[in-house]
Design a protein around this ligand. Structure first.
Ligand code: AMP
Length: 397
């Protein structure tokens, strides 16, 4: 059985084709600048040369059409015809409170995705565009939605409610949702296997540290808490997002800088975080390099970043009443060993001790804890697409 996984953004479409007999990837690719002059498709068929096609495309349907053409191309394609694709899995960012699991997409599901436009204005509309484009081109196969928020739906009110007038929750569904759910799900299950324990018996802290970043606390197979909130803005310091701040700063700076709501949205989501604080870049590699060359602001920005993660580790160990393992994943978590080392330093009171030599790895699944560490520390490369493909196969069957 072959499954196509699609992740449609506002101007991009990422895709992967899986052979689910052995879960191997047959091809992956990206259509960038959809609907903007200069559309480019990068297609990577596994075992063949990469293909780059430049062709302006007006919308997601045209983008998906091109994807299907390259997938079936006699030279660089990976399937003979589209009938070989048995199901399509779609990444959808927000499922609100309606979905704690992946679902086969029907009109009711599309309505919920549409109802969440209000609370996920940047993500859900392009996700739905991707779904509708694929449904138009592949009307006879099941389409499955896999939500970023679903995994976190096990949180209880004491962790998802904000201390606001209750109306804000009842009328407008203002609450913590959490994101990166497929990544937290994947690495938490891998960690249970690495621990040799049943997933339901583990106390796990997952750290998804990428350009966006979030952590989750998992106990008895359920998410107890997570750092991202109503939107992905809350929690850790990220590439360009502030993470936690005193909310009064928002209206103070709107007033001082004369910003309207959309400008404020841009300020806290796109200009803050490591970019705003260091003045160097949103890319942590650049900030690390600047700090190593003596840039004081970059050094402080890194300390703020590390402290935030450390603080949530403490918070979550308290909420879990213990911890079997901490997992690092995503771009920074998988590759930035100096970042992992700084976060795990001086944490021995909590039973966290890293083996700094073992930790000097990038992008590999490995236990980097010291032999006498009470808490295991794992690096686990994430694989959100595989989670989507597995759910799609399960639901299509
Ligand atoms: P992601 O969003 O998961 O693709 O992660 C992207 C981020 O990973 C980029 O912002 C980089 O800063 C970061 N990254 C990649 N390699 C390294 C590294 N060796 N050290 C620190 N950060 C890294």
């Amino acid at each position: 059985m072959k499954v196509l996984v699609v992740n449609a953004g506002s101007s991009s479409i990422k895709y992967q084709v899986f052979n689910m007999e052995d879960e191997s990837v047959l091809a992956k690719g990206l259509v960038d600048r959809v609907g903007i002059p200069g559309t480019t498709l990068e297609h990577k068929p596994i075992g063949k040369d990469e293909v780059i096609i430049k062709k302006d495309l007006p919308d997601h349907t045209a983008g998906m059409k091109l994807v299907l053409e390259v997938l079936t191309n006699s030279e660089y394609g990976v399937i003979k015809n589209m009938d070989e694709i048995s199901a399509v899995g779609h990444r959808v960012v927000h499922g609100g409170e309606s979905f704690a699991e992946s679902v086969v997409i029907d009109d009711k599901v599309k309505k919920v995705i549409r109802d969440c436009f209000d609370i996920a204005p940047l993500h859900n509309p392009p996700n739905l565009m991707g779904i509708e484009a694929c449904q138009e081109l592949m009307p006879n196969v099941p389409h499955v939605a896999v939500f970023d928020t679903a995994f976190h739906q096990t949180m209880k009110p004491e962790n998802y409610l904000y201390a606001l007038p209750y109306d804000a929750y009842e009328k407008f569904k203002v609450r913590r949702y959490g994101f990166h759910g497929t990544s937290h799900f994947y690495v938490a299950h891998r960690a249970a296997e690495m621990l040799g324990k049943a997933y339901e018996d583990c106390k796990i802290i997952t750290c998804h540290l990428g350009n966006g970043g979030s952590m989750a606390a998992i106990k008895d197979g359920q998410v107890i808490d997570t750092t991202m909130g109503f939107t992905p803005l809350e929690g850790l310091v990220m590439g360009t997002r502030s993470g936690d701040i005193d909310p009064a700063i928002v209206w103070f700076l709107m007033d001082k800088l004369g910003m309207n709501t959309s400008e404020a949205n841009n300020y806290f989501n796109k200009k803050s975080g490591m970019l705003g604080l260091s003045g160097v870049s949103n890319d942590l590699r650049d900030v690390l390099e600047a700090a190593n060359s003596g840039n004081e602001r970059a050094k402080i920005a890194l300390q703020v970043y590390y402290n935030k993660v450390k603080g949530y580790i403490g918070n979550y160990i308290a909420k879990l009443n213990g911890c079997d393992c901490i997992i690092f994943t995503a771009g920074v978590g998988e590759n930035g060993y100096d970042v992992r080392e700084a976060i795990c330093s001086d944490m021995d009171y909590l039973g966290i001790k890293m083996d700094v030599e073992k930790n000097k790895v990038r992008g590999k699944e490995v236990d980097v804890s010291a032999a006498d560490s009470k808490v295991r520390i794992f690096v686990v490369p994430t694989n959100e697409e595989l989670v989507i493909a597995r759910d799609t196969k399960r639901l299509a069957n």
